[in-house]
Ligand binder design. Sequence first.
Ligand code: 3PY
Ligand code: ZN
Length: 631
Amino acid sequence: PFLENVVKHDKFLTGAYDTSFIDTTPELFVFPKRKDRGTKMLTYIGNVTVNGFPGVSEKKKPIFTKPRVPSVDISKPIQNGTKQILDEKGAEGLVNWVKERKEVLLTDTTFRDGHQSLLATRIRTNDLKQVANPTARLLPDLFSMEMWGGATFDVAYRFLKEDPWDRLLTLRQQAPNVLFQMLLRASNAVGYKNYPDNVIKEFVEKSAYAGIDVFRIFDSLNWVQGMTLAIDSVRQTGKIAEAAMCYTGDILDPTRRKYDLDYYKNLAKELEQSGAHILGIKDMAGLLKPQAAYDLVSALKETVDIPIHLHTHDTSGNGVYTYAKAIEAGVDIVDVAVSSMAGLTSQPSANSLYYALEGADRRPNLDIKNLEELSYYWEDVRKYYQDFESGMNAPHTEVYVHEMPGGQYSNLQQQAKAVGLGNRWDEVKDMYSRVNLLFGDIVKVTPSSKVVGDMALFMVQNNLTEETLFERGETLDFPDSVIELFEGYLGQPHGGFPKELQRIILKGRKPITVRPGELLEDVDFDAVKEKLFKDLNRQVTSFDAIAYALYPKVFMDYHKAVEQYGDISVLDTPTFLYGMRLGEEIEIEIEKGKTLIVRLVSIGEPQADGTRAVYFELNGQPREVVIKDES
Ligand code: 3PY
Ligand code: ZN
């Protein structure tokens, strides 16, 4: 602690000291009283046992079977994969390698979009890390593993109380052979609003440093100007810039001409010219019908010279057919998930696609037995998170009408319930598509999809229709997110904003038409680090500073949780979500070679002050923690 006090002292940091510094600075000898790690851990377990976990309705801990981790021989070397190709041949070399492949390549999204779409992004690093090495060994021919970005960054800090950078570093060690891919919301990074340019650059640089190889970059309005900074930043790191166009509308519908084949061809050309190594087609809601996939990929193959990577969601149940048609048309890479984490709002199943392509000449290289083994693991782990399931349990073709992205459906449903519109959900869905048309038919993906959702709720809540909206517009207080969209703070939609609606919403405010990043001041990362160093009283990394710049409150709340409970990412998921059963004994490896053995002995009656004592045995010794009963 003494040395720690010295190196963290302001005077030491600023270099304003001489050799008498130690003699004249008595506070160096003040050591904070630290609760030991065991007590902190017991406090967490006691708390979740008594009060439950947010979003988990079942208070009694179920008995889960131990997940079937595929057995692999870890003494054997891991087969080289795409990661080695990138490292040896560089980005252009990797792109050429992809172009030379006859078989279709696969991205496994199980570690990111799969659980983001099925389980509200709740899968913890603890469960990912156990299967990362088996995945790397059993599926060495994958193009990439999508395992970061999107909502995972925010959710890790906010709900899982773990550090997403640790996840990246840990998984990278376990899976050294396959490219790691992330979803980057261009100027919105992994957040919901535009950030200053230097935050985007710093985020990309440090993500690449920590292990990301492929950045799938999209803008929530398909606005290329909003994407170029991210594309350039990725190119500067030597990693792969996959620029994605979000698929919206229906190119097969002659009555919807706004997003037709020409629109996508022009956009693809622009992205290629902006420096994309790979063109992504991001079908975030699963609207791309099989014949549309064939037509789109065929047209794009003639338009651009870079590989094409297709992403869809299986909400309608047509995902494998869409991929089969895209593969026929020459798509280079498609996104799939391991079957027990696939289907519905997630990606199509890798296992199903493998069988669907039996006899076809572009069937992917993989060992189906290995894929099935991985699927057993996820089948078991998924049960831990049953409370976060969306409730959708059959194909949902209505998505072709409302066009809501997979991940938004259950979210908006929750939001509707929260504002008392639970029993008017059908109206909200219908309003979602009407708001889309009111807004001029825009791309709907994080964060623009959230704005459409907010407006739909607002319209239903206030019993508004398209007509009454214009009649009463001057007197209505629109949601903040709607005002920001119409001010131009998420960028510019194709074809511009509908003018009359914009006037009503902005009520005299001036919209911007430039890139929002041009108007935002750079974040002073040195100042952030200094502030955090003082507030957190610990060494601060560049990773921390970026996280703070993106999500100040979420990051500080995460730190409060770490102060209170220590590093709870080491807990097994059933204990993390449900606490312990009376008499149960668990082992917690708090660091390599250091294990706590914890038994829950009893829980005391509630006291007058609303607390309860929870009695444990920790490594055979009685321990008691006092928990505030929130019920
Ligand atoms: C995200 O931005 O998190 C998405 O997955 C959008 O589709
Ligand atoms: Zn997706």
